[in-house]
Design a protein around this ligand. Structure first.
Ligand code: RIB
Ligand code: CA
Length: 318
């Protein structure tokens, strides 16, 4: 039975790679893709979601949700983190056939969870704005969601948006605190594991053929990410944080997770957006999430590559 998922994304190249994997994975039933601002503005994120799904033309078309402007105090960096350019996709300039009028993301989330109680996994790959708003809109929702899997935060490594904060949490720390403190069942996939996966240039030899939709799409968006990582970090490769988080949904056996008590700093001058975990011998705070702290890196990379090959119609294993 395919797992019903809602992918909440701020595309972003790594979100787009995760979408390409998910929309063709037989183990996933992507019931909705909801946009949120982060790597790019909310309006651009909404456009990108439509353009990505249209470009890939998956076997089953998901419901789409529109990102709405964050609360004024949310610190969306003006152009995301700048890693993927102002449009979030490195200037890929994907066409959008027709601008559909989309329901707000938080309403799509509420409707889909209500329609499938205890059966939906929300895969949060951007700031947690939409999930928090859905929980505020329908206070019973946290107990009706199967699981919330969150790409974000950091436990024992430094942040990537500030010395202490990871990008998705930094963008909307209030929303992250709402979700962390909610009664939902949560899994966090922090930088501690997602930083350990790097796709190098060999990925271009293993992509689906460029005559396929997925092959053409991935060749449009990946080069700019490699340029961004080289210019910004001097790396000869890219992280795919969101796709690694999605692997924790599809292949949990490749990850080791610990029960932890996590919360989010929302006020600190130096620590806003920091994820804080009570790791004392006798933690005072109640465990409220599973946190992935280790993974089988090479196996995860192989799953990613085979899943992208499958998106192009080349049946990969696993
Ligand atoms: O810190 C990595 C996360 O921030 C990823 O989800 C990336 O897409 C950005 O949203
Ligand atoms: Ca993202």
């Amino acid at each position: 039975m395919a797992r019903k998922v809602i992918l909440d994304v701020d595309p972003g190249v790594d979100d787009a790679v995760a979408l390409c994997f998910a929309l063709f994975n037989p183990g996933l039933d992507v019931v909705a893709v909801t946009a949120v601002g982060g790597n790019c503005s909310p309006i651009q994120a909404t456009r990108n979601v439509q353009a990505i799904v249209e470009a890939l033309d998956p076997p089953r078309f998901p419901r789409l949700g529109a990102a709405s402007d964050p609360e004024p105090d949310v610190g969306l960096p003006p152009e995301g983190r700048g890693l993927y350019g102002p449009d979030g996709l490195g200037g890929a300039d994907l066409p959008v056939a027709e601008r559909q009028h989309l329901m707000p993301s938080e309403k799509v989330i509420c409707d889909q969870v209500r329609a499938n109680p205890d059966a939906i996994t929300i895969v949060a790959l951007g700031p947690l704005t939409n999930i928090a708003r859905a929980f505020q809109r329908d206070p019973e929702l946290p107990s009706l969601v199967g699981r919330v899997v969150i790409a974000g935060g950091c436990v024992a490594v430094s942040g990537n948006c500030s010395p202490t904060a990871e990008f998705n949490i930094f963008c909307d720390p209030g929303a992250a605190r709402t979700v962390f403190r909610s009664a939902s069942t949560k899994t966090l996939v922090p930088l501690d594991v997602t930083n350990r996966v790097t796709l190098d240039f060999d990925i271009f030899n293993r992509l689906p053929d460029e005559t396929t939709r997925a092959g053409s799409f991935l060749r449009k968006i990946l080069p700019s990410a490699f340029r961004g990582y080289r210019q910004r970090f001097g790396m000869e490769g890219i992280h795919v944080h969101d796709t690694v988080a999605l692997m924790a949904v599809c292949y949990p056996e490749l990850f080791a997770a610990n029960e932890m008590a996590g919360d989010v700093e929302t006020m600190g001058e130096l620590t806003t957006g920091m994820t804080v975990f009570d790791r004392r011998r006798i933690p005072v705070r109640r465990f409220n999430m599973e946190v992935a702290m280790n993974l089988e890196k090479e196996a995860v990379i192989e799953k990613i590559v085979r899943g992208l090959q499958r998106a192009g119609g080349r049946e990969g294993e696993g």
